[in-house]
Design a protein around this ligand. Structure first.
Ligand code: DGI
Ligand code: FE
Ligand code: FE
Length: 188
């Protein structure tokens, strides 16, 4: 399935990143089934989410300028955030995919945000728990995601925020807002 997209991904990504994309697609389907999200959309979002991850700086900048994407100061300095923005634009304007839910899920797969759609949440979590992932705490994340998406979301955001703070890296407003929303829901 999706051979056309897989060929494009293979030409754009290194082997490890291509394999990661396949693993996230599978994990996104597994998570989608748990909460009744469209599994086709979940697979496609997972498959394509890192499509510009290996793009050179010039290509990201070219995409931003061509499609009118303006970066704020945090985004300008955090190159790791670029592929979520350029990826969503690439999928929309170059691949011609118009599904707003898929575009939105890819756009926010790195930072998360408030009011995430179920598909957006599925992709965000699948990126943490896919079978290729190997980071300290991946076992905790995998256990949590099978227990409760809201607990897994809090844990993932906690992990990311702590990690960024330890490295003295700026934390994006979307990441912070997602965390604040997630913990305030838990208080209720
Ligand atoms: O593309 P992946 O490696 O599969 O995963 P990803 O898209 O979640 O990217 C993870 C990277 O993004 C990781 O190095 C941390 C960085 N990141 C995530 N949220 C923020 C961030 N970097 C900054 N500066 N600020 C954030 O809020
Ligand atoms: Fe990514
Ligand atoms: Fe990823």
């Amino acid at each position: 399935m999706y051979d056309k997209y897989k060929k494009i991904l293979q030409s754009r990504l290194d082997e490890k990143r291509y394999n990661h994309s396949l693993c996230v697609a599978d994990e996104a389907v597994r998570l989608a089934q748990k909460i009744g999200v469209d599994t086709e959309k979940a697979y496609l979002a997972g498959l394509l989410h890192d499509i510009t991850k290996n793009a050179p700086r010039e290509e990201h900048l070219q995409i931003f300028s061509q499609f009118g994407i303006i970066l704020n100061d945090i985004e300008k300095n955090a190159h790791k955030l670029w592929h979520a923005m350029s990826g969503a634009a690439y999928i929309e304007h170059i691949l011609g995919l118009s599904d707003p839910e898929i575009l939105d899920a890819v756009r926010f797969h790195t930072t998360a945000k408030t009011n995430m759609s179920p598909l957006c949440l599925v992709l965000y979590l699948a990126d943490f728990t896919s079978s290729d992932r190997d980071y300290p705490d991946v076992d905790v994340m995998r256990r949590l995601v099978d227990k409760s998406f809201s607990e897994a979301l809090i844990y993932a955001l906690q992990y990311t925020i702590k990690d960024l703070a330890d490295q003295k890296k700026a934390i994006h407003f979307d990441t912070l807002s997602a965390f604040n929303e997630a913990v305030s829901m838990e208080e209720k």
